[in-house]
Every structure is written in C-alpha cells, then in structure tokens.
Write a protein that binds this ligand. Structure first.
Ligand SMILES: O=P(O)(O)OC[C@H]1O[C@H](OP(=O)(O)OP(=O)(O)O)[C@H](O)[C@@H]1O
Ligand code: HPA
Length: 185
C-alpha cells in the first residue's frame, strides 16, 4: 500500500500538466452556458457515467440554469489498464427515458466505444434524443467511428494517457486538479 502511494506521488511529480485548473473551470463554465442555451426548455434526463464522470458532473450541474433531473450509470472498459477492453455494464440506468431528451455526461471521449454503447442503450430504451457531453476529447484517429464527436466538448487534448478531473491512472489521481499526462504515456 505504501509502495503504491509512493508510486502515485512519483507519477504526479513526473507528469506533464496539459491543462491547468483555471482553464478547466473556464471550459466547464462555457459548456454549462452552451448546455443551458440548448436544453433549458427540453426537460432533459442527465446521466453521469461513473466513475470518471463524477467530478465533471459535480462541477457542471450547479452551473446549469434550469431544473435538472440527474441520475447515474456505470459502464467501464479500462479498469486498471491504459488500453480499453470489452465494455462491462456495472449499473444500467433504471430511470424511465421513453420520449425524453437524454444527456450523457462523461470525463473523456477517447475511442468513443463507451459513449456509443451508452447512447445505443438509451435509444433502445426509447429516448427521443440522446446527447453527449465530455470534458475532454482525445485527439487521434482511433475513434469507434470516423469523425465521432460529442455534442458538447470542453477541451481537446493530445494523445497521451491522462489523469485528473475524474480520469484515473491505475485507479488513482481522479482528484488531480487539472488535466495531466503520465510521463512516457
Ligand atoms: O472512449 P473510450 O475509449 O470508450 O473511453 C472512455 C471511457 O473510459 C473511462 O472509463 P473507464 O472504463 O476507465 O471506467 P471508470 O470511469 O469507471 O474508471 C472514461 O471514464 C470513459 O467512460
Ligand atoms: O487517457 C485516459 N485516462 C484515463 N482514463 C481513460 N479512459 C480512456 N482514456 C483515458
């Protein structure tokens, strides 16, 4: 356990800070303004994608200026790894979404497999419209579909393994107050 803490302290000491806290806060405020403008009259149902979406959702919601119904779901495919595998549903949403506008909120669109699967599920449950919001879009050409984009994106970040603002490295540093890249990854 102590070894792990030492390793994780070293990871932070050697990491590159790509986006600082102030820049992230500005991006979240801009997204909140966009989402409010687009969805304030739609009575959307919001889903936080656990675990990574927790911090972003927690900071976004108080900035939305309309009555919000918020729920959560949990789908995961990276676990303790730096490459994604098969998507595992840990908690499928139970809220009734038939005929609703749904907004899925997550920390990162990397390859996009996770968001596509969640959006497909919501459509299969009768959602009228499924929109997505991500704090970070990682820039590379490995997306699940060419030109895959979220409907609302905060920041475009280079193709490194990231942590902070909900994103973890081996389960740690979701709490890092900025967007960091692991040394060498
Ligand atoms: O676009 P993709 O390549 O599918 O990757 C993005 C997903 O990966 C991370 O979740 P992860 O599987 O690590 O689960 P966790 O949030 O519970 O750690 C992240 O929070 C996104 O949900
Ligand atoms: O770069 C990443 N960091 C943390 N979690 C992730 N899930 C997908 N990509 C990433």
């Amino acid at each position: 356990m102590t070894d792990t803490v030492a390793e994780m302290s070293q990871v932070m000491a050697e990491a590159d800070c790509l986006i600082d806290e102030q820049q992230v806060q500005t991006a979240i405020q801009d997204m909140a303004d966009d989402i409010t403008g687009r969805l304030k009259d739609s009575n959307p149902l919001l889903f936080c994608v656990m675990n990574g979406g927790l911090i972003f959702t927690g900071q976004l919601l108080p900035r939305l200026r309309f009555p919000v119904q918020a729920e959560y779901l949990h789908a995961t495919r990276y676990r303790q790894e730096t490459t994604g595998g098969i998507l595992e549903w840990k908690l499928q949403p139970t809220a009734e979404m038939k005929g609703r506008t749904v907004l899925i909120i997550d920390d990162i669109l990397d390859e996009g497999t996770t968001l596509c699967a969640i959006a497909d599920y919501c459509r299969s449950q009768g959602a009228k419209e499924v929109l997505t919001a991500v704090l970070v879009d990682k820039q590379h050409d490995r997306k699940a579909h060419p030109n895959l984009k979220a409907d609302f994106t905060g920041l475009h970040v280079e193709d490194r393994f990231l942590f902070g603002y909900g994103m973890d490295y081996k389960g740690y540093w979701r709490n890092a107050p900025g967007i960091y890249a692991v040394k060498g990854l």
